[in-house]
Design a protein around this ligand. Sequence first.
Ligand SMILES: Nc1ncnc2c1ncn2[C@@H]1O[C@H](COP(=O)(O)OS(=O)(=O)O)[C@@H](OP(=O)(O)O)[C@H]1O
Ligand SMILES: Nc1ncnc2c1ncn2[C@@H]1O[C@H](COP(=O)(O)OP(=O)(O)O)[C@@H](O)[C@H]1O
Length: 200
Amino acid sequence: MQTENTVWHPHLVTKADRARLKKQRPCLLWYTGLSGSGKSTVANAVDDLLFERKCHTYLLDGDNVRHGLNGDLGFSDEDRIENIRRISQVSKLFVDAGLIVSTAFISPFQSDRDMARNLLDDGEFIEIFIDTPIEICEQRDPKGLYKKARAGEIQDFTGIDSGYDIPHQPEIHVKTAEQDIRACAEQIVDYLITNGYVNQ
Ligand SMILES: Nc1ncnc2c1ncn2[C@@H]1O[C@H](COP(=O)(O)OS(=O)(=O)O)[C@@H](OP(=O)(O)O)[C@H]1O
Ligand SMILES: Nc1ncnc2c1ncn2[C@@H]1O[C@H](COP(=O)(O)OP(=O)(O)O)[C@@H](O)[C@H]1O
């Protein structure tokens, strides 16, 4: 989508300039997984480890963004697509600002995750599959939402009566049922160090 009669204005200070100043390689850590899989928990733990390493980061989290920017959207397929479209565009701006950005949204459709990937330059989009069996998510049920969905009090609930596409080829595959929160976070930070996004 492009608005008529507007012209893109090039900036004097570029993304590369901002990255050099911050001594890091800007990127987007795109967490995806079921409700209760551990997206927010792991993303927060990674953000904390990166902050300790003096990285410049920003975390966009599902529930929080739905309180503000996307407060007008629900959970139909169309609204989820629009949710991810807006988040992708906002994330692109934050990456352009030189930050290591994390997004923690269910983002159930592969086509939308691919759309977000294609907005960014090569190597900037890191898809992180928070892979937790639905039985475990349901046992955890940190917000009591599975209980409500099973009771028919919430419609279109991901994994119950709304779909989730398993990521095809995520850069990072995290199994939260097999390792603790700290180990999950370290797995991701190790990837960022090994691949030159942050310094050793
Ligand atoms: N119907 C239904 N399905 C799934 N999730 C629901 C629903 N209703 C409310 N919630 C709460 O909203 C959070 C998911 O929002 P997202 O923006 O991440 O969803 S999506 O990416 O647009 O699919 C999700 O947060 P997380 O549990 O952190 O994933 C829930 O707390
Ligand atoms: N290894 C783990 N990684 C992430 N979360 C875990 C792990 N083990 C247990 N949990 C718990 O699972 C729940 C995940 O909730 P949350 O992070 O809100 O998930 P999501 O953001 O995907 O909905 C939290 O209560 C967290 O403490």
